[in-house]
Design a protein around this ligand. Sequence first.
Ligand SMILES: Cc1cc2nc3c(=O)[nH]c(=O)nc-3n(C[C@H](O)[C@H](O)[C@H](O)COP(=O)(O)O)c2cc1C
Length: 153
Amino acid sequence: MNISRLVYVSTAHPDLMLTDIDAIVDTARARNEAEDITGLLIFNGFNFMQLLEGPPDSVERVFGSICKDTRHSGVVRVLSGSAGERVFGGWAMAYARTASGDGAGAFALTTDSLKAHLPENLSPELHMLFVSFNTMSSFQMAPPAGEDIQPAQ
Ligand SMILES: Cc1cc2nc3c(=O)[nH]c(=O)nc-3n(C[C@H](O)[C@H](O)[C@H](O)COP(=O)(O)O)c2cc1C
């Protein structure tokens, strides 16, 4: 199957609460399953970075909805194109954020936990992109210490 991959960054609406983002992820996962989309969403306290992969029409359709969503702004497509294979297969939308907890199966965004969760077959370029996005957040908001890390589904 022809799979395309898209990565974008955006800025969260200042009034957005972590519980709002958990709700976004819950509904996103349902639609992503229906659209055969998998990927990863990272929230560093201020910005989102999301990777979507799936059939090209589905990726563009869902990204079209995401671009119109007023819960964030300044959506910039960082990369998009055809991908050989899925790297996030099985994850309707993995979700990582700065504050850990039960919300939507998120895992805490420490550099170590992010590295531990990124798939092994992720390209070195994408690996570096996600880890550097994560590192940027460390001077904005300290991650909670000593929390259990739950793998995202
Ligand atoms: C940061 C962010 C990430 C999102 N990720 C997804 C996603 O992966 N899949 C999805 O279907 N919707 C996602 N959404 C929600 C969509 O923007 C949109 O509300 C939803 O798909 C319903 O689309 P519709 O209003 O055109 O029916 C996301 C929204 C935000 C703000």
